[in-house]
Design a protein around this ligand. Structure first.
Ligand code: ADP
Length: 257
């Protein structure tokens, strides 16, 4: 099996290794599409640990994560949730967008995130010690400008934090080429274009174009779509529905290609 492609941006792989060895849980913060999930996937693989990922949303509760009693064939059976499975298996547990989840989720994570390394299952009155190799990683998108939920300071202090952001043009070009095999010149133009758009404050974009969008555009180009059209469908239409903003973005594309 070919290893998962991950292009390091700084020293994040070293930090992950040390945090893993020292049993320090990690918090990856940064905008969507900047490689956080890919990073965790690649690190779990390198460490030879299974990976359990949970995409949290505003309905995610402690019960969803820990487990619940189900009625099966007239009998009551306990079913482990993803966090319990990860704790028992000594997996890397990645809770994506943790700030979106209900507050009771945080209560479950506290004893897992400190020296206790234990999961308390209230319904079963059971304490499950984390198996060797268990590692807790959470992510969140600091959305102070956009009214996204925040993580409490007392929770954040339990984690070693790594900031993810849009990479510089050289690295982003490498990522797009590595991920899609598209011609390097095209990848570079896409990255330069994204860097320009990220600076167009006056357009008032809610979300900026992420590396993920560039990868999508590059895949369409590789498949044979004309680059401007690829940028329109992969980047512009994904970022806005406003005709004026669309015009502004299309102008930037026309200059780039
Ligand atoms: P996030 O979890 O931050 O929302 P992802 O990890 O899902 O972002 O990244 C989105 C896509 O961007 C990935 O599928 C991959 O194609 C690409 N990507 C971004 N950064 C990197 C990187 N450093 N190395 C490899 N691929 C990356």
């Amino acid at each position: 099996m070919t290893p998962t492609f991950y292009r390091p941006v700084a020293d994040e792989c070293t930090v992950f290794h040390h945090a893993f060895e020292e049993h320090l849980p990690l918090c990856l913060k940064g905008p969507t599409g900047t490689g956080k999930s890919r990073f965790v996937e690649a690190m779990a693989e390198r460490l030879g640990r299974p990976l359990v990922t949970v995409a949290c949303h505003d309905e995610t509760s402690a019960v969803d994560l820990v487990g619940r009693y189900l009625i099966r064939g007239g009998e009551t059976v306990w079913q482990d949730g993803p966090v319990t499975r990860a704790v028992r298996a000594g997996a890397v547990l990645y809770l994506d967008e943790i700030a979106e989840a209900r507050p009771d989720v945080i209560v479950v994570l506290h004893p897992l995130s400190d020296h206790r390394r234990v999961l308390y299952i209230e319904q079963r009155d059971e304490a499950v010690p984390a198996a060797n190799g268990f590692h807790l990683v959470i992510s969140f998108n600091p959305g102070y400008q956009r009214g996204l939920k925040e993580l409490k300071a007392s929770t954040r202090q339990r984690f070693v934090s790594l900031a993810f952001n849009y990479p510089d043009v050289e690295i982003e070009t490498d990522i797009v080429v590595g991920e899609t095999g598209v011609d390097k010149k095209i990848a570079r133009r896409l990255s330069v274009l994204a860097h320009k758009i990220r600076k167009l404050d006056h357009l008032g974009l809610g979300e900026l174009p992420s590396t993920r969008l560039l990868v999508d555009a590059a895949k369409l180009v590789r498949a044979g779509l004309e680059p401007r059209r690829a940028c329109q469908v992969a980047i512009v239409e994904s970022l806005t529905d406003d005709p004026d903003v669309r015009d502004g973005l299309n102008e930037a594309i026309a200059l780039a290609f």
